[in-house]
Design a protein around this ligand. Structure first.
Ligand code: ATP
Ligand code: MG
Length: 408
């Protein structure tokens, strides 16, 4: 594109890893995992991806859509920032003329140059590069240096065989690459909160399978609803993720005679009991929910306790300390919000209103026994479906299920 040696100057995304960089001996493995996840997120574009001195370099090859790809990658767990720029030969004149062209094209009035030598044997010091390149750009386009608040920053990185030059930066989400922390099972409702909770578990490196309890007549119906879209969007960040679908039907039948004011507490417990079996069977190490303390009536300490009491698996609640506004902002950043607020017939909309907000554990457990909800859990487990992103199938013959729950 610019100046001489066009074919040698290639557009690229330069990706910096976050916490990975302080992980010592684990670092090479985590960086490779991050590069693999980025390749999966880039999908059909199939860019060339490689590691360069602790950075992941993404060369898309074809032009266009670079900004969209950068945004997508910036949401990838483990990414600290993404910059759009170029990989070019280690030719100082070429670096300067490319910088001039970019500054002229952008028509900016203030600039800053930041340089870093990964290869310390390069004869020019970072300070020299910053001063010389800054002066040259200013002369060429009439801009002035403003280190505090520049309209455009030129980041230069000196590598052994190349320069990296970038001018636009996207803040990443941080965290750890998916696949570095094991697997969890998230309860996914299709509301605003649980997709964000699932994503936060991904952000800490977990592969996240999801379990949705549906009120629609058939599992196929869920796959024409927003739940499928939300799942697929999340799966972008966690490729191995599966969506398990369990019917609400048996709970509904069993709870017909239950105290309506305890129905929601019972449903909470029902979901977690199902999740416990699915998680153990699929070797997930924890259950994740979108509970945020005191956000709604069912999220008091008492109702959360009565829901998860006696479970053999830990329940993680990544949103516990977040306000609705913080959760909503994350949902928007992940491009999930519009989907989350669109219409859907969820179980919670059917369950009787006005629940007891601070249910007593013994009352919930007694009502659970009386209405034989353990049987409803068993019956529901016989008909769980699993969707891997393209195919829906009956999960497994649960009658042959391992005794892992009892054994532990
Ligand atoms: P969300 O926005 O995630 O639906 P919420 O604020 O509506 O959350 P609740 O409806 O009380 O809160 O649900 C609390 C949590 O229970 C959800 O975040 C989710 O993890 C789980 N949950 C609720 N409904 C379902 C469902 N139909 N299938 C699976 N999990 C569910
Ligand atoms: Mg909900």
């Amino acid at each position: 594109m610019k100046g001489g040696g066009e074919s040698l100057t290639r557009e690229a995304l330069i990706v910096a890893a976050s916490e990975i960089m302080v992980k010592g001996r684990l670092r090479p493995r985590l960086l490779r995992l991050l590069a693999k996840n980025i390749a999966e997120i880039a999908g059909d574009r199939r860019p060339k991806i490689y590691l360069l001195q602790g950075r992941v370099i993404v060369e898309p090859g074809s032009a266009g859509g670079l900004e969209e790809l950068a945004r997508m990658i910036s949401l990838t767990p483990g990414v600290r920032w993404v910059r759009i720029g170029y990989v070019l030969p280690r030719d100082y004149e070429m670096l300067q003329s490319l910088s001039e062209t970019l500054a002229r094209e952008a028509g900016v009035k203030t600039i800053a140059v930041k340089a870093l030598r990964s290869d310390k044997s390069y004869p020019k010091k970072s300070q020299d590069i910053m001063a010389e390149l800054g002066a040259r750009i200013c002369r060429a386009c009439g801009a002035r240096v403003d280190l505090e608040n520049p309209e455009m920053t030129f980041w230069v990185s000196v590598q052994r065989d190349s320069f990296l030059l970038s001018t636009r930066r996207f803040e990443g989400v941080g965290g750890l690459p998916v696949g570095s922390s094991g697997k969890v099972l998230a309860l996914l409702s299709g509301g605003i909160d649980s997709p964000v909770a699932a994503w936060l578990a991904m952000k800490r490196g977990c592969i996240v399978d999801m379990l949705h309890i549906y009120a629609l007549p058939r599992p196929e119906d869920v796959l024409t609803s927003k739940v499928r879209e939300i799942f697929l969007r999340l799966k972008n960040f966690s490729q191995p993720s599966k969506l398990y679908l369990a019917s609400y039907h048996h709970f509904l039948q069993a709870s017909l005679t239950a105290n309506p004011r305890l129905e929601l507490a019972l449903f909470r417990r029902f979901m977690l009991k199902l999740a416990e079996v699915v998680a153990v069977e699929t070797k997930a190490k924890a259950i994740v929910t979108g509970d945020s303390l005191a956000q709604v009536a069912s999220q008091t300490l008492e109702s959360m306790h009565s829901a998860s009491y006696g479970l053999k698996l830990q329940v993680l609640r990544p949103l516990i300390g977040l306000d609705k506004e913080e959760i909503t902002n994350l949902s928007k950043r992940l491009n999930l919000f519009e989907l989350s607020i669109s219409d859907y017939k969820d179980c919670c909309s059917i369950i009787s209103k006005h629940p007891i907000t601070h249910p007593r554990l013994e009352n919930v457990l007694a009502e659970w026994e009386r209405t034989r909800l353990d049987d409803a859990v068993e019956r529901t487990l016989q008909e769980i479906y699993v969707f891997d992103g393209s195919r829906l199938s009956l999960w497994k013959d649960i009658s042959t299920r391992s005794n892992s729950l009892q054994l532990e």
